[in-house]
Design a protein around this ligand. Structure first.
Ligand code: ZN
Length: 228
C-alpha cells in the first residue's frame, strides 16, 4: 500500500501529477480542489458554499477541507493506497494526519514564485457558476466561455500581482511548518515542477523509488534541529 501527499504552491500542478501517479499505481486520488469543483459542478450544498467563497477570491476554510478529506478516506476503498493534494494545510492538520496514517512520502513540487505568477495570472473564473479555468493548462473548450454553463469567463478581481504576492506569503507561512514537520521525518521528496508534466512525473517516480528505481532520500535545505 502506498500513501502519498503532494504539496506545492497553487499552480504547481499538484492535481495533474497526483492523477498521473494514481492512474499508474491504482491509487485513490483525493484532490481537495477537484472535490470542490465537483461539488460546484453538481450544485450541491457544499458547492454553493464553495462558489461563494471562490467568487470572493477567498480560501475555503480548514473545517470544510478537513471534513471532505475525512469523509473520503473513511470510505476505505483505497486498496492500493491514496495520493492526496490540497491537504494538510497547516500544522495541526498535518499532525492529525500523521497520527492516523503511515505516510510513505510527501512529494514537494518546487516552483519559483515567478512561474507561479505566470500561471496564476492566466487563471479565469466563470462569472456565472464559479468554475475555475487556466489559459495555460486548463483551457475552456470555447474561448472565453464556461464549459459547464456557457457563462462568460473573467479574471478574478484579486488575481493581481500584489494580491498574488500576499497570497503566496500567506501560503508559505501556513505550509512551511507542515513541510518542516514532514522534513523532520524525512518524508519529503522535492521535485522541480518547472518542467513539462511528463518530465515532472518521471522525476517523482524516480525519487519515490517506483518503476524499479531505488528511492533517493532527499537532502533538503537545512531546517533541522530547530526546537519547538
Ligand atoms: Zn459556468
Amino acid at each position: 500500500m502506498r500513501k502519498y501527499v503532494v504539496m506545492g504552491v497553487p499552480g504547481s500542478g499538484k492535481s495533474t501529477q497526483g492523477a498521473m501517479l494514481a492512474r499508474e499505481y491504482d491509487l485513490v486520488q483525493i484532490s481537495v480542489g477537484d472535490v470542490f469543483r465537483w461539488h460546484v459542478k453538481n450544485h450541491t450544498k457544499i458547492g454553493a458554499q464553495v462558489r461563494r467563497i471562490m467568487a470572493a477570491g477567498e480560501l475555503v476554510g480548514d473545517d470544510l477541507v478537513e471534513r471532505i478529506v475525512r469523509d473520503r478516506l473513511d470510505q476505505h476503498d483505497w486498496n492500493y493506497g491514496f495520493i492526496i493534494d490540497g491537504f494538510p494545510r497547516n500544522r495541526r492538520q498535518a499532525e492529525f494526519f500523521l497520527e492516523s496514517y503511515d505516510i510513505d512520502g510527501v512529494i514537494y513540487l518546487d516552483l519559483p514564485d515567478s512561474e507561479v505568477r505566470r500561471r496564476v495570472l492566466a487563471r479565469r473564473l466563470c462569472s456565472v457558476c464559479g468554475m475555475d479555468y487556466n489559459l495555460i493548462e486548463d483551457r475552456p473548450k470555447r474561448a472565453g466561455r464556461c464549459d459547464v454553463c456557457g457563462g462568460e469567463l473573467v479574471t478574478r478581481e484579486d488575481d493581481t500581482p500584489d494580491a498574488l504576492a500576499a497570497r503566496l506569503r500567506d501560503y508559505h507561512e501556513k505550509t512551511n511548518p507542515v513541510l518542516e514537520l514532514f522534513r523532520r521525518k524525512e518524508f519529503v521528496f522535492g521535485v522541480d515542477a518547472q518542467h513539462d508534466p511528463e518530465t515532472v512525473q518521471r522525476d517523482i517516480r524516480e525519487r519515490l523509488g517506483l518503476d524499479g528505481h531505488h528511492p533517493v532520500r532527499p537532502l533538503e535545505e537545512d531546517d533541522s534541529a530547530r526546537p519547538d
